[in-house]
Design a protein around this ligand. Structure first.
Ligand code: ZN
Length: 132
């Protein structure tokens, strides 16, 4: 399954967040800098594109909002993660995709019903962080 072909949706307005091979977010840093981020849709990839004047500092908390409806994408059960929906292009399965809001923190969790997969060097056991 090529992640690049999957669809990524805002869980609030159900608008598509992916365009041109990237996932687009409106973001704001703790220093109150605002900018658009384009994330690589491959789960486990942590490269992103940004404007030259909008830089993230390693380790800083970034607020992710939907660029369409401006909803805060912070996970309701874990404040340091954001959540969006992923729909597999091949299996049409809906996943909840959680990712760290901390710049440079590599942890992503893909959840579908009772199936949980973790990605990234900083990922913890999903059961431990969500159901403790
Ligand atoms: Zn939205």
């Amino acid at each position: 399954m090529s992640m690049k072909d999957n669809n990524y949706l805002c869980p609030k307005c159900k608008g598509y967040l992916n365009v041109g091979g990237h996932i687009l977010f409106a973001t704001k840093t703790r220093r109150n800098h605002k900018g658009l981020l384009m994330l690589d849709p491959t789960v486990g990839e942590y490269k992103y594109k940004h404007h030259d004047k909008f830089n993230l500092e390693e380790g800083e908390m970034v607020e992710f909002a939907c660029p369409i409806c401006k909803a805060d994408l912070t996970s309701s059960n874990r404040k340091d993660h954001a959540m969006m929906w992923m729909v597999g292009i091949e299996d049409n399965v809906e996943y909840d995709l959680y990712f760290s809001k901390i710049a440079g923190n590599q942890s992503t969790y893909l959840v579908a019903q009772d199936n949980i997969e973790s990605f990234g060097d900083d990922a913890l056991d999903f059961d431990d962080i969500y159901y403790e």
